[in-house]
Design a binder for this molecule. Structure first.
Ligand SMILES: O=C(O)[C@H]1O[C@H](OP(=O)(O)OP(=O)(O)OC[C@H]2O[C@@H](n3ccc(=O)[nH]c3=O)[C@H](O)[C@@H]2O)[C@H](O)[C@@H](O)[C@H]1O
Length: 449
């Protein structure tokens, strides 16, 4: 095929003169000669490889529903994508509803999706797999969902085209909207991420829900979504009750969650969407968020790194109403079960629709120092405590939920105390990130803000 110029036998020189060979390139002073025939063959091989690559890509994108790029959905029109969505949305024996869970690869979203699927409800997930914390953990949660038969549409909620295709395909009876830019402190660093995900995406979703099924006049879905204890902001009256005013947010995160509550009211009022807001109180547990204190403190303690414990301006300890994931899952499922149908149709309200707000807390606030002591006990290792003044990044001094309303309307009854819940978390943490295991490096280099 190719000969080094300096080694060409004399009979080939003749051929070269006859221009049957092509001077291809020069390397360290030597010319290479490739026959024109061989070149043509090589070019055909290249073209064949390139076309095969394109064919495989097109097959993956079209028939397997693989996104070409986040938000760019070739697959949304493909038979395989539609089949996967419809299979995931199909109810099994005992299932009463068909739910779109946004943020399905997130902490709370993955737990509730599995709970719904296990009792037979149809569940379709949606998640943008953003990299606020290591994506590998989200992928691992998504793999659990996939094993249970739950398909996650990989898209940004702001992508109207994807939403519209999804709603054309499936008649969702309920939306559990948990997708959000989470984290109180990171909002000082990246405020627009919160506006994009917590405000923009929520409005995009509400707009879709308001017009959904306009043609067939089916009811719009009922919506249950994640608000936050942070809306109580600088309030001093405890425990926090849903009737309290929420006009003094301490962080931009809290302000976006408050904005969601106000927006939800507007859509409920104008379009008859049935809407339930759930104010979560520092939810923790297995498969949790590595940016949160219980997780990042556990990691630092295990690795022998110091932890920063914030304290108030006069040396006061901060306290949180830490709430275990299993209790929150029960609250989410009960909210879906008790949600009344929306009353609007074709974008018009027919009559007043249900509008609810519930605290989902544990009702037993624990000081951060005591919470660290419980972690130390379960990890069997002392923390290197570094007590510092609370930075001006949006934290509040305490949270404490009154859950009477949720008890009455949802039968919500948190039963897991912090000691029990952290014990379960630590067990999961140690098995998931065990030394020498395949997940050990998952958090390498990650530092929560
Ligand atoms: O209920 C909510 O609405 C929110 O709960 C959660 O926020 P927080 O209550 O702030 O939880 P988390 O970060 O675990 O800090 C716990 C405690 O440790 C203190 N804390 C934290 C970090 C640190 O380095 N040092 C420290 O003392 C810190 O000051 C705090 O006192 C969710 O992240 C948020 O998305 C939202 O859902």
């Amino acid at each position: 095929m190719a000969c080094k110029g300096s080694l060409l036998p004399p009979h080939l020189v003749k051929l070269l003169d006859a221009d049957d060979y092509h001077k291809a390139r020069s390397t360290s002073g030597h010319y290479y000669y490739i026959s024109r025939m061989a070149m043509r063959q090589t070019n055909w091989i290249k073209i064949f490889c390139f076309l095969s690559f394109l064919a495989i890509l097109a097959w993956g994108c079209f028939f397997q529903g693989v996104p070409l790029y986040p938000g760019l959905y070739f697959g949304c029109s493909s038979p395989a994508w539609k089949k996967a969505v419809l299979q995931s949305a199909a109810r099994q024996e005992g299932g009463q509803m068909t739910v779109l869970v946004t943020g399905a690869a997130g902490f709370v979203g993955s737990h509730v999706s599995l709970a719904l699927k296990s009792r037979g409800d149809g569940v379709v997930g949606l998640d943008n797999f953003n990299d606020y914390y290591p994506v590998a953990l989200k992928r691992a949660r998504a793999a659990n969902l996939q094993k249970a038969g739950i398909f996650i549409v990989e898209a940004d909620l702001n992508d109207k085209a994807v939403l519209s295709k999804l709603f054309d395909l499936v008649h969702f009876t309920h939306i559990l909207h948990l997708a959000a830019q989470a984290g109180v402190r990171y909002a000082v660093k990246n405020p627009l991420a919160y506006v994009h995900s917590n405000v923009g995406a929520f409005v995009t979703l509400l707009e879709q829900c308001k017009v959904s099924y306009g043609k067939s006049s089916n009811p719009q879905p009922a919506i249950v979504y994640a608000s936050s204890s942070s809306v109580y902001g600088l309030n001093s009256k405890v425990p926090f009750s849903e009737d309290d005013r929420t006009d003094h947010p301490a962080s931009l995160y809290a302000a976006t969650k408050k904005a969601d509550e106000v927006l939800a009211h507007t859509y409920n009022h104008i379009y008859g969407l049935s809407i339930t807001a759930l104010r979560f109180f520092t939810v923790y547990g297995p498969w949790g968020r590595p940016d949160m204190a219980y997780f990042s403190f556990a990691r630092n303690i295990v690795e022998g790194q110091p932890i920063k414990i914030f304290q108030g301006p006069h040396g006061e300890e901060l306290a949180r109403d830490f709430t275990f994931i299993d209790d929150v899952v029960k609250g989410c499922v009960a909210s879906l079960d008790t949600a009344l149908p929306s009353t609007g149709s074709s974008g018009k309200k027919r009559k007043k629709a249900q509008f609810r707000i519930f605290n989902l807390g544990n009702t037993q606030p624990v000081k951060v120092g005591d919470f660290v002591s419980i972690l130390e006990k379960h990890l069997k290792k002392k923390a290197k405590r570094n007590v510092i003044p609370m930075p001006a990044t949006g934290d509040v001094m305490f949270t404490h939920a009154n859950v009477t309303k949720a008890r009455v309307a949802l039968g919500y009854n948190p039963t897991t105390d912090l000691d029990t819940g952290l014990g379960i978390f630590v067990k999961w943490y140690k098995s998931f990130y065990q030394h020498g295991g395949s997940n050990e490096d998952m958090l390498k280099g990650y530092k929560p803000y």
